[in-house]
Design a protein around this ligand. Structure first.
Ligand SMILES: CC(C)(COP(=O)(O)OP(=O)(O)OC[C@H]1O[C@@H](n2cnc3c(N)ncnc32)[C@H](O)[C@@H]1OP(=O)(O)O)[C@@H](O)C(=O)NCCC(=O)NCCS
Length: 160
């Protein structure tokens, strides 16, 4: 599928919100995206856009000194398994690395196999487990890290 990845704009927010709402039980309110795009200096939000201009997915990283926190991430269901998620993740990680990040953190549901596969294939590993963390179904949360040596290796290996 033909797509490009670029920084998220205010005009993307209704489509981004719709993808988040369709993808997650505990989705962000629309105003959170306005804060990320318009106010949060630490935010590095990106969208994937199809050749027809359709928003296909998004990712939000927070760059906090030398840490890249993956805050939110989804690809619209019909567009999944075509490399869009990987491209968004790499764009976020590369941008944060250029800004000084040397380690990355995220949190994922223990049963989210597609996301877990993607994160592990990029070098993230499970650092700890928060038992019954999610309020909707009491699923465990895995706290995953991309350690400095794995982050650096990924940046050297991958090209966008
Ligand atoms: C996780 C998600 C963003 C992945 O997006 P995607 O565009 O489908 O991912 P990609 O096509 O780039 O796949 C990348 C890798 O993910 C893994 N993957 C993707 N879908 C998978 C599936 N259904 N089962 C197992 N692994 C899968 C594979 O390892 C794949 O590697 P490959 O490129 O070698 O095949 C997408 O499934 C999604 O939006 N899920 C719902 C929201 C969500 O879970 N967000 C993450 C919250 S932490």
């Amino acid at each position: 599928m033909d797509f490009t990845v670029r920084p998220m704009k205010t005009s993307d927010i209704p489509d981004v919100f719709a993808i988040d709402k369709a993808s997650a039980t505990l989705y962000w309110p629309e105003r959170s995206y306005h804060f990320e795009v318009e106010k949060n200096d630490a935010s590095r939000p990106f969208v994937a856009v199809g050749s027809d201009g359709e928003i296909l997915g998004f990712i939000v990283f927070w760059l906090i000194i030398d840490e890249a926190h993956l805050a939110n991430f989804a690809v619209s269901e019909p567009a999944r398994c075509r490399g869009i998620g990987r491209a968004l993740l790499m764009q976020g990680l590369k941008t944060c690395y250029s800004g000084g990040a040397r380690i990355s953190f995220l949190e994922v549901r223990a049963g989210n196999a597609p996301a877990l596969h993607l994160y592990e294939s990029c070098g993230y590993h499970t650092e700890s487990i928060r038992k019954q963390y999610y309020q909707d179904n009491h699923e465990d949360a895995l706290l995953m890290n991309l350690d400095p040596e794995d982050y650096e290796k990924l940046m050297k290996e991958e090209t966008i």
